[in-house]
Design a protein around this ligand. Structure first.
Ligand SMILES: [Zn+2]
Length: 187
């Protein structure tokens, strides 16, 4: 469900903080449209660190695999990336559905190595928000349907204090790909 307990602004703020701490830069100088790689100088290993900080901050599990890897795993080798290491038309089609306005630069034939540079502060925040929105209506522990957040980042059940059981980031991508495939029949 679309949760309202953790505000979008707070998510963006925490993403900037995690990036700032990992890369040793002042969070105030980071803006939402900055590419982590191109503008902020992040390397692949930094993503693990940033993800870890976000997992601690919100009590979530970030995706370990990029959407392209999930497409290959679900729809077969070559579904997302052709033998030359370039994005397929189908991969671009489904990624545009997922990323919306953030995906204007994606085109078929683009080298897959160029894709990570498209990850911005806003895309990371979107990823966190998607996971937070997987909050179920009811608490599986006690059946109550009332969640609360005292610190603006962690959600617990108002009745039994059970921690919010969010979906794992990778499961969320897989679930999304399955339903996108069902409605659009791309692969
Ligand atoms: Zn409960």
């Amino acid at each position: 469900m679309r949760q309202e307990l953790i505000k979008d602004d707070r998510v963006v703020q925490e993403v900037k903080k995690a990036i700032g701490e990992t890369l040793n830069i002042d969070a105030v100088s980071i803006s939402a449209d900055h590419s982590l790689i191109k503008d902020l100088g992040a390397e692949s290993l930094d993503f693990l660190d940033i993800n870890y900080r976000l997992e601690q901050a919100f009590g979530i599990k970030m995706a370990r695999h990029f959407i392209l890897e999930h497409i290959e795993e679900m729809f077969g080798e070559g579904a997302a990336i052709d033998p030359n290491g370039q994005l397929t038309e189908k991969a671009v089609k489904i990624m545009k559905l997922r990323l919306g306005e953030n995906s204007a630069a994606l085109e078929p034939g683009m080298d897959m190595d160029q894709v990570p540079a498209m990850i911005t502060v806003a895309t990371m925040a979107r990823g966190v928000m998607d996971i937070l929105d997987s909050l179920p209506v009811k608490c599986a522990n006690c059946g109550a349907s009332s969640w609360k957040s005292e610190d603006g980042t962690h959600v617990v059940c108002s009745a039994c204090s059970e921690e919010a059981p969010y979906m794992d980031g990778d499961d969320l991508i897989r679930e999304w790909l399955t339903s996108a495939q069902e409605s659009h029949g791309i692969f």
